[in-house]
Design a protein around this ligand. Structure first.
Ligand code: GDP
Length: 526
């Protein structure tokens, strides 16, 4: 039996961040195949479908495969226990996507080589950057015509502000894609090979190809050597420490669809990706290898079938070992209970977990006791992990009860769903009308559905479109006449003042006119 420390150090828990269509699903499938967690690629998620009817959640779950089983995937590779956490894109994008990034120790960023850094990648990157976790970049779709690799590196630095170290470098692309020059493993990996033995070609001491090959006569080869020389002279130096601090991203080129460069990526990734790291609590730093069990809830998934009111709380273990039936205390309330029902997440099966350690994610059945950000601790002392940050919503609706006679259930429902973290609530200053904010459209649909199903409250939602939310630092300087349709002044649920700007232009205009007022975005705080 491995010791707790050995078990914990073998964990690698990460999320893949990307813009829709960059190849996240495809890469995930390939990684799972290497780990032997699934038999056939194509089983990770259901096929993407277009619009759906919110009334039929079971159908949605089936169609889109947003069931819990695909939210956390676990596999073994070499001596590592790998946990991949899904970060939904498209219309599934929500605050949960951001919160999932609070539960990982590193992130893999997939970039479409033809498109470069796209909007959603940028948003998710910002959250990873804030946490200072290591970020590994996989530049995908080299089998297609793409942007020049040097331009892609420049984009990483200019758009995201992160320095990069290419672990390998493409030789040609698209139809002329020959393979990758692997700086890290000192070899060339060929894209098209007749037999497996030819896949890797060794390099000589000067870094040139050590064997005879036609590619040496090609201009693609010369160009690659030139670019490598440029990287050696003017590029960043490799630094394990800077990778660990999230200051330098190792960059890998490949093609997920053709399963090219994925294994090389995985093996190198596992070498440099960190095991679970210490986390801050109100009782000081908690070591992941310490014996006391602890962790926090980062996501709650409601069962959309009205016949089953139960929910699943996603729990990141941050120290010690979980055993089924153990007693845990919810720090917020001080209440102790036995955890008898828990589920572990696997790609092809939802099985019951008996044991899990720091770094692992478990699902706890919840009948309404838990909130997002809650800490659970086994034994004494009790402590609380740091609060999860608040994320600025981008979409807003005005909400009211359809039936004015049912105000009570309307308020109760809103209060609970807001507390649970399903949606954000704002109120206008005097009329106290309710405004809901979300990161993605799905959050509104889930809200509406749950209000009806769980609180018997039908709601009217009037879309307000997208807005830019900025909190006010110096509230005493704000005058109410600053509020208008382009810069609407509201209060968040803690009573803090927030401006909802119509667009970037309105925000800049406001700042020019009111220099004294200091605005901030919640993620800028750190
Ligand atoms: P996701 O939205 O990021 O999960 O992207 P998917 O993995 O679903 O991929 C989006 C599309 O790109 C699909 O049609 C994939 O088959 C395709 N794709 C993914 N990886 C590659 C690749 O390496 N090369 C090419 N040519 N297509 C790819």
């Amino acid at each position: 039996m491995a010791s707790l420390k050995e078990e914990v150090l073998s964990r690698r828990t990460f999320a893949i961040i990307s813009h829709p269509d960059a190849g996240k699903t495809t890469l995930t499938e390939k990684l799972l195949l290497f780990g032997g967690a699934i038999r056939d690629a194509g089983t990770v998620k259901g096929k993407k479908t277009g619009k759906f009817a919110t009334s039929d959640w079971m159908e949605i779950e089936k169609q889109r495969g947003i069931s819990v089983t695909s939210s956390v995937m676990q596999f073994h590779y070499q001596d590592c226990h790998v946990n991949i956490l899904d970060t939904p894109g498209h219309e599934d994008f929500s605050e949960d996507t951001y919160r999932t990034l609070m539960a990982v120790d590193s992130a893999v960023m997939v970039v479409d080589a033809a498109k470069g850094i796209e909007a959603q990648t940028k948003k998710l990157f910002k959250v990873c950057k804030m946490r200072g976790i290591p970020i590994f970049t996989f530049i995908n779709k080299l089998d297609r015509q793409a942007k020049p690799p040097l331009e892609l590196l420049a984009e990483l630095e200019e758009v995201l502000g992160i320095e990069s170290y290419p672990m390998n470098w493409p030789i040609g692309m698209g139809k002329e894609f020959f393979g990758i020059y692997d700086r890290f493993n000192a070899r060339i990996e060929q894209f098209r090979t007749e037999n497996a033995e030819d896949r890797f070609l060794p390099l000589d001491e000067e870094g040139g190809l050590a064997v005879e090959h036609d590619i040496k006569k090609s201009s693609l080869y010369d160009q690659m050597l030139e670019e490598i020389m440029l990287l050696e002279e003017a590029g960043n130096e490799f630094s394990k420490e800077r990778i660990a601090a999230g200051e330098l991203t190792p960059v890998f080129f490949g093609s997920a669809l053709t399963n090219f460069g994925v294994q090389t990526f995985l093996e190198t990734y596992l070498q440099f990706a960190p095991p679970p790291q210490p986390r801050q609590s109100d009782n000081g730093e908690v070591d992941p290898t310490s014996e006391q069990f602890s962790g926090f809830i980062f996501k709650i998934q409601a069962n959309m079938n009205p016949a089953h009111r139960d929910r699943i709380a996603f729990f990141r273990i941050c120290s010690g070992k979980f055993e089924r039936g153990m007693s845990v205390t919810l720090t917020r309330t001080g209440k102790t209970s036995k955890v008898s029902q828990s589920t572990q997440f696997l790609a092809d099966d939802r099985s019951t977990v008996n044991e899990a350690v720091s770094g692992d994610i478990i699902g706890l059945y919840d009948t309404g006791n838990y909130q997002i950000g809650d800490t659970l601790v086994g034994g004494k002392p009790l402590f609380q992990y740091e609060k999860l940050p608040q994320f600025a919503p981008e979409l807003f609706v005005k909400v009211s009860a359809k039936n004015v006679m049912k105000q009570k259930s309307f308020h109760k429902g809103i209060e609970q769903l807001v507390q649970e973290g399903a949606i954000q609530l704002y109120k206008t200053l005097h009329t106290e009308s309710y405004i809901l904010g979300a990161v993605g459209q799905l959050q509104f649909e889930v809200f509406e559905h749950r209000m009806k199903g769980e609180y018997n409250s039908e709601v009217i939602m009037e879309p307000m479109g997208s807005k830019i939310a900025r909190w006010v630092e110096n509230e005493e300087d704000v005058k109410e006449n600053l509020s208008n349709s382009r810069s609407l002044l509201v209060k968040d649920r803690h009573g803090k003042l927030v401006f909802l700007f119509e667009n970037e232009f309105a925000l800049r205009w406001f700042q020019d006119k009111n220099e004294r007022i200091k605005l901030y975005h919640p993620l800028d705080e750190t």
